[in-house]
Design a protein around this ligand. Structure first.
Ligand code: MG
Length: 455
């Protein structure tokens, strides 16, 4: 966190009691409260050990400015976002660090439609915070704290409205759920049982130290669920990130798929029912979605990387579907934010409608091999590194919408972009074979490291 910057790509993030302290959280709370001006706000948190501490601190700040807080406790981020909209709140605050390791936590602010506030609104809150412009209420006008305990139940019911429950139930699917010991365990297993599925859960006990696995659902972290799906003979596996807005799927053979493939699958069936509809996706997405669009009369709207940008763009152009390569799928008829349990229900809906297994559905798609990498880079060097890299790639087919994306003639591509939440550069490569994708990651990682040595 820089001297005049609080928000990253996805809210405020930092190591608990180091980069983000309870004192700061009180101040952030009163800055948010001043921004909203004595309104009704929903607040909840994920399963991290520091969640209740930061929630209490933010509530103190909010109520000090005269905002009423409706406390929803522990819940998935999409359940809290849905509740903001469903309960006609003026906004919400979510204490979560999503996929970051357990010692991190964060604060994100939600507008009355359930979507994260815009960058311009974040700057307003930052200004109040750094210039100490918090307006505290008189003693007899302090906000109240109320309990709101039904948000997870309401969220499950809301998802069920968008799928063919009877058709799914008839299939008696067996699904393995890996909730990373966090909030996904509070909703997904129950939703699946209510869809007539048999559920086997792993890492399902709530434990804020995340002993089961790291909360980022990357294939290398999902070996346990891959083995389990095969061992119990399940039809599907689903693994969530720490706040259950992203979901990664595993087929009946224990194969783990990147979000690109499952997003493309959902997009294909969406376009078949909604020809010429616009689907929103960041420039980090695979060429696969372009192929699927071309084959199904679909239109793609590209954005910068970041779930908030996808949500805001969907809202602006009234798009009904969005998706990210990391397993974030935004289903507008439910809500224009990424939602792990909604995505799981959509995948089961497609399996039930087509009568096909996930492995078959994915194997029908054009095949790209995706590899990802990261290179550590201090915050203050990020800009210079990009400048230098751009000099080196001059003359190639490039796009500088977000970091730099380079397309090559053999249909391979690489995106190199600075992370908005961590001191790293992220690399996304794709190619028609894995060796080429890995080579791109290697080549560009060493390019970045060499540049870092010279500046
Ligand atoms: Mg998340």
């Amino acid at each position: 966190m820089g001297s005049n910057k609080l928000f990253g790509t996805n809210g405020i993030r930092g190591v608990a009691n180091k980069e983000l302290t309870p004192e700061m959280a009180v101040k952030v709370g009163s800055a948010i409260g001043t921004f909203f001006k004595k309104k009704n706000l929903l607040l909840g948190h994920d399963a991290r050990t520091s969640g209740p501490m930061f929630a209490r601190a933010v509530i103190s700040g909010l109520t000090a400015t005269g905002c009423n807080v409706f406390f929803a406790g522990m819940a998935p981020t999409p359940a809290l976002q849905y509740a903001v909209k469903n309960h006609c709140m003026d906004g919400g605050v979510i204490v979560t660090a999503s996929h970051n390791p357990p010692h991190y936590n964060g604060i994100k602010v939600i507008w009355n439609d359930g979507i994260e506030i815009s960058h311009e609104q974040e700057i307003e809150i930052e200004k109040i915070y750094f210039e100490n412009k918090q307006v505290l209420a008189e003693w007899n006008e302090l906000g109240a704290k109320h309990e709101l305990s039904e948000v997870n139940d309401e969220y499950i019911e809301a998802i069920k409205k968008h799928i063919d429950i009877a058709k799914i139930a008839k299939k008696h699917y067996h699904v393995v759920v890996d909730a990373a010991n966090s909030v996904g365990a509070l909703t997904a297993p129950r939703l699946l049982r209510e869809l007539g599925c048999k559920v086997t859960s792993i890492n399902a006990n709530i434990d804020g130290t995340f002993p089961g696995r790291t909360p980022e659902p990357r294939p290398e972290n999902l070996k346990e669920i891959a083995v389990t799906v095969k061992a119990v003979g399940a039809d599907l596996g689903v693994a969530f990130d720490g706040d259950a807005d992203r979901s990664i799927f595993i087929d009946e053979n224990g194969e783990v798929y990147w979000g690109d493939k499952t997003f493309a699958l959902i997009a294909k069936y969406f376009w078949r029912k909604n020809p010429h509809a616009k689907i929103v996706t960041p420039v980090s997405s695979s060429t696969l979605i372009k192929d699927i669009a071309a084959a199904n009369k679909g239109e793609i709207v590209w954005t910068k990387v970041g779930s908030v940008t996808v949500s805001q763009t969907m809202k602006k152009i009234k798009a009904k579907l969005g998706g990210e390569e990391n397993g974030g799928v935004f289903y507008g008829p439910h809500q224009s934010v990424r939602d792990g349990a909604m995505t799981t229900a959509l995948i089961l809906n497609i399996m039930a409608e087509t009568g096909e297994r996930l492995s078959t559905l994915i194997s029908e798609q054009p095949q790209y091999f995706i590899e990802k990498g990261k290179v550590e880079c201090p915050e203050d060097k990020k800009e210079k590194v990009l400048e230098k890299l751009l000099e080196q790639v001059k003359g190639s087919n490039i796009n500088t919408f977000d970091g730099v994306k380079i397309w090559f003639e053999d249909k391979s591509a690489i995106l190199v972009r600075p992370s908005g939440t961590e001191p790293i550069y992220r690399l996304y490569a794709e190619a028609k074979n894995q060796e080429k994708a890995l080579k791109l990651i290697d080549d560009y990682s060493s390019k970045l490291r060499k540049i870092l040595k010279t500046i």
